[in-house]
Design a protein around this ligand. Structure first.
Ligand code: G1P
Length: 271
């Protein structure tokens, strides 16, 4: 059963400067809503009961967003605006599902995952990277189905342009299971065009086993001197953990770059 999800939110958001100099990128509006709400809705709709947010002291505004009870209560007392009452109810629903842990030094996604170790109870958990929005079809839900069927770890994936592989984690296929699912042989973080094993990229949705914590602890910093989840996944594959790449059906929106972020509001506005 996948009942817990984790979301790393401690990144500096340098690709979105100047918007992120004083503002958490995950709270930036996408078609009138903070981006992270789309990610939370995806989790809840996929049956997730508890979400662990990894934030930093620099991004306390994310916690504040969900803990503004007094602010809402004061306004609602004065003004019984049904829209505001509904917004407050929604925030409360989210808040009851979220726990916060801290990663104050941004040492990479792998390091962020490690901070959640004490909260993860089951054998497998879900991780969503908030820069990656997938709309029109719930990617986490589909991945949980794949996990149930094959009792394996799963990552979201899609083909990217060959000259763009150094932006992504890139994997090598071992065998095709069916139209959308492939067992993978190995994965490498942001390889050069020359060294890339393919142009199949990992997108920010992962179903990971608890055993990954031990692997992360054994890692030395990799690309860009960060601890990457990709490198821990490779260690698990070396140990014969089955990893499946799931080519999702929805539409991918890369909200971590300025052009992608701008485009995401247009795309979501069309739904
Ligand atoms: C991260 C991962 C990378 C993955 C990407 C998906 O990179 O390290 O393997 O392909 O997310 O968005 P980031 O976007 O944090 O640079």
């Amino acid at each position: 059963m996948i009942k817990q999800a984790i979301i790393p939110l401690a990144g500096l958001g340098t690709r979105l400067l100047p918007l992120t100099s004083v503002f958490a990128k995950e709270l930036l509006p996408i078609n009138g809503r903070p981006g992270v709400e789309y990610i939370i809705d995806e989790c809840i709709d996929a049956g997730i009961k508890e979400i662990v947010f990894i934030i930093s002291t620099k991004k306390l505004m994310i916690k504040k967003y969900f803990y503004s009870d007094q602010f809402y209560k004061n306004i609602i007392k004065k003004k019984k605006d049904p829209r505001i009452i509904n917004e407050y109810k929604k925030i409360l629903k989210y808040k009851n599902k979220i726990k916060f842990v801290f990663q104050n030094i941004p040492k990479g996604t792998g390091d962020a995952v490690l901070k959640t170790e004490k909260y993860i109870k089951n054998k497998y958990f879900l991780m969503l990277l908030p820069d990656d929005l997938i709309i029109r079809k719930n990617c986490s839900k589909s991945m949980i189905k794949v996990h149930k069927k094959y009792q394996a770890s799963v990552m979201a994936s899609m083909k990217v342009k060959k000259n763009n592989v150094s932006r992504w984690g890139i994997y090598k296929i071992n065998k095709k299971l069916n139209k959308r699912n492939y067992v993978i042989d190995g994965v490498v973080e942001k390889p050069s065009v020359k060294k890339a094993p393919s142009n199949n990229a990992v997108i920010g949705r992962y179903i990971l086993p608890r055993t990954i914590f031990k692997k992360i602890k054994s890692l030395k910093p990799g690309k860009g001197k960060e601890i990457h989840i990709t490198d821990a996944i490779q260690l698990l594959i070396n140990d014969k953990e089955k990893f499946i790449a799931h080519n999702f059906e929805g539409k991918y929106l890369d909200c971590g770059t300025m052009s992608g972020y701008i485009n995401s509001s247009k795309e979501i506005g069309k739904i």
